[in-house]
Design a protein around this ligand. Structure first.
Ligand SMILES: Nc1ncnc2c1ncn2[C@@H]1O[C@H](COP(=O)(O)OP(=O)(O)OP(=O)(O)O)[C@@H](O)[C@H]1O
Length: 242
């Protein structure tokens, strides 16, 4: 996909979970070759929106188009890497065995396994069973599985939770390298200092999109140098406008 083309298009996306509408008509584009942060308080709908994009969410209305196809289209399989908040690797297998398994499922050559292990810096733990890894190592093993086959869209739900600052920095550098190579990344977080590392930010609150801006534009419009502060100012402005 050409850099800057729309890799994901969402228009008027409404999602009902249980009896409740939890997304109320969300719309934005994700540009190919960029890293977009999805931010907002717990329960605002980040995971629901992510699930709609990767095609796993029921009761979605509106338009969700991914890499030129409707979300959930079978042809998207293998073109999207998705990492949930729960580790998706098997505890009783080693890191390498897990990756061999996922590579076989995806039809990806086993020569890709070394690349993804290096990308997440797990070389020294490649032959350790996943249930003997720390939480952060386990989430990096899940991320490695999602990187197999070089997916065009990577959707990462809180990938840096529980990681130390050095690893977080390394992972953000990896995200930008992948984007420079043309991948599109959507990364959810509720850590505001990570927001400044994104090319663009989607700020959500209570199932609505409050802002779709670059970090710099967000700071300028709020008249502050602190993203957390900018988010709060924005919430107050929107509340005042209601
Ligand atoms: N299975 C479900 N049935 C009904 N409502 C649900 C279900 N799962 C989530 N919800 C509700 O949908 C809303 C959005 O949840 P979602 O998991 O998308 O939020 P989130 O922003 O990802 O939160 P967090 O940062 O805590 O993971 C919440 O109000 C939640 O209570």
């Amino acid at each position: 996909m050409m850099k800057n083309a729309a890799a994901v298009v969402c228009r008027d996306v409404v999602v009902v979970r249980g009896e409740r509408e939890v997304l109320h008509g969300v719309g934005f584009d994700l540009r190919a070759g960029s890293v977009t942060g999805l931010l907002g308080p717990s329960g605002c709908g980040k995971t629901t929106l992510i699930r709609a994009i990767v095609g796993l969410q029921a009761k979605v209305t509106g338009q969700v188009e991914v890499l030129g196809l409707p979300a959930g289209a079978p042809k998207l399989r293998g073109r999207i890497g998705y990492v949930t908040q729960e580790p998706s690797v098997y505890g009783d297998l080693t890191v390498t065995e897990n990756l061999r398994f996922f590579a076989a499922v995806l039809g990806v050559g086993s020569d890709d396994i070394g690349r993804v292990i290096d990308a997440v810096d797990l070389r020294s733990h490649a032959d350790v069973r996943v249930d003997e890894l720390s939480g952060g190592e386990r989430s990096r093993a899940s991320l490695a599985a999602a990187l197999l086959g070089d997916p065009e869209l990577l959707v990462l739900d809180e990938p840096t939770v529980g990681l130390d600052p050095v690893l977080r920095r390394d992972l953000w550098e990896l995200f930008h390298r992948l984007a420079d190579d043309g991948a599109t990344l959507l990364v959810s977080s509720h850590v505001m200092d990570e927001a400044s590392r994104c090319d663009r930010l989607l700020l959500m609150r209570d199932g609505d999109l409050l802002a779709d801006e670059t970090p710099r534009a967000l700071l300028e419009s709020a008249g502050t140098t602190d993203l957390e502060q900018a988010f709060l100012i924005l919430i107050e402005q929107k509340a005042g406008a209601r």
